[in-house]
Design a protein around this ligand. Structure first.
Ligand SMILES: O=C(O)C1=C[C@@H](OP(=O)(O)O)[C@@H](O)[C@H](O)C1
Ligand SMILES: C=C(OP(=O)(O)O)C(=O)O
Length: 439
């Protein structure tokens, strides 16, 4: 991991154009669709997000024999390596997806039907991120999957030999929408298609809608009636999918605008009719005086003086924006209430605990009251210097970075975490007039 960095920003004015990389979420889907369509669907504007680059390496090597040898994430277990082997000592391919949760879930479904036998593993944190709901669903469909270490968690031993046993499965909707997307992505390739019945509340719903829209772009039709999504067995169309710039990454620029005195930013390529639910950041940040004007093929952000009135923010549809919005509220001393934060505990880190620890360094508390979280800024202070721990979570680094506009010296630990979704983040900050110093 790269060293820490120190951020400083002398003036509270920001005026620049930032070209954001492609959406990690859209790109991950597009790559799986490309692989499942055996190249009939092509992906353009592949994201620079490390998670997407890793997934592209794995899946595109599936498409090209020569590429298999080149992919860093795919390794053959040799006798000298300590990875798990089959009982009859056959060599197994190990696919290591590092910290990429979405990719882990999508590849589980992909390999479950691919006929290949693989060990699918990830970072130490990945081994604590639950996957049992998806594995149960895939087993019900007819997949052969074993747990290598702990039941319900990666690594997985996916054994091939898929034979579809049913087309109807039920799945719990409130833990992660990624399980649902993973199943929808493979549905058209199942001999009997899929009827997926979502039980209970559906978290992160816009991500499921994004999946269905992208499948539709790739020629795959679906029906969504009540809580059942149906996709018949069908062929992908010959087409291409363009990955939009990343709205979750844009959220950090909205936060920067919100904490500035004067801000005029242009983010090319972003549209108001995006497939990404995180485009709701424009609406959220309007509460903090940030206007979004869509023209010239992008969005212009502008800061206008405005009293903040909204007190409750529900993040259930856009969990990746939670840290951005919580930190902005804390910085502005706006004692908002947050709902829909339940899933944050199983992401790259326990994001609730991470927020509580780091906000505590400026006297702000995020108090849990059942399903509701309340910011208490009564003891808030602005330190001369603050050091942010990032907990191997890109969004901790990026959500706290805007605080450099109000804290004279902000140190961010393990700054390279941002690579996961937005590798150019620090150089983009420099472009916007932040001093970014390696420590
Ligand atoms: O499908 C996706 O691309 C994602 C879904 C969300 O996860 P959950 O559905 O687990 O909330 C989100 O947090 C993640 O960053 C990306
Ligand atoms: C939760 C995230 O990613 P993933 O689940 O893909 O690791 C994220 O990018 O905030």
């Amino acid at each position: 991991m790269k060293p820490n960095i120190i951020l400083r920003k002398n003036s509270k004015t920001v005026n620049t154009t930032i070209q954001l990389t492609g959406s990690k979420s859209e790109c991950n889907r597009a790559l799986v669709i490309e692989a499942l369509s055996q190249g009939r669907v092509k992906v353009t504007n592949v994201s620079d997000a490390a998670d997407a680059v890793l997934l592209a390496g794995i899946l595109r090597s599936e498409l090209s024999e020569a590429g298999v040898q080149n992919s860093e994430a795919r390794t053959q277990n040799s006798e000298s390596e300590s990875g798990p082997l089959t009982t009859d000592n056959r060599q197994l391919t190990t696919v290591n997806i590092g910290p990429a949760g979405t990719a882990m879930r999508f590849l589980t479904a992909y390999y479950a039907i691919s006929g290949e036998e693989v060990i699918l593993t990830g970072s130490e944190r990945m081994k604590q991120r639950p996957i049992g709901i998806l594995v149960d669903a895939l087993r019900t469909l007819g997949a052969n999957i074993d747990y290598v270490e702990q039941d319900g968690y990666p690594p997985l031993h996916i054994k091939g030999g898929f034979e579809q046993k049913t087309d109807l499965i039920s799945i719990q909707g409130n833990i992660s929408s990624q399980y649902i997307t993973a199943l929808l992505l493979i549905a058209a390739r199942l001999p009997q298609g899929l009827r997926l019945q979502i039980e209970g509340e559906l978290t992160s719903r816009p991500y499921v809608e994004m999946t269905l829209s992208m499948l539709q772009q790739a020629g795959i039709q679906h029906q969504w009636e009540d809580n059942v999504i149906s996709i018949a067995s069908q062929e992908f169309a010959e087409t291409s999918i363009w990955v939009e710039p990343d709205w979750s990454a844009a959220s950090y620029w909205y936060a920067i605008a919100a904490l500035s005195d004067e801000a005029e930013l242009f983010l090319p390529g972003l549209t108001s009719y995006s497939l990404q639910g995180d485009s709701v950041i424009g609406e959220i940040m309007a509460n903090f005086g940030i206007t979004s004007q869509f023209k010239d093929g992008g969005v212009y952000l502008k800061k206008e003086p405005k009293p903040i009135v909204r007190k409750i923010f529900d993040m259930i549809q856009c969990p990746d924006l939670a840290q951005t919005v919580v930190v902005v509220c804390a910085a502005l001393g706006h004692e908002a209430t947050f709902t829909g934060l339940e899933t944050l505990k199983i992401k790259e880190t326990d994001r609730i605990a991470a927020l509580q620890n780091e906000l505590g360094k400026m006297g702000v508390k995020l108090i849990e009251k059942g399903q509701v979280y309340k910011l208490d800024c009564s003891e808030k202070f602005i330190p001369q210097k603050m050091t942010i721990k990032t907990y191997e979570d890109h969004r901790m680094a990026m959500a706290f970075a805007p605080l450099a506009l109000i804290i004279p010296e902000l140190e961010v630990e393990e700054a390279a975490v941002v690579d996961k979704s937005y590798p150019a983040f620090w150089t983009d900050l420099e472009k916007a007039g932040f001093e970014v110093l390696d420590v």
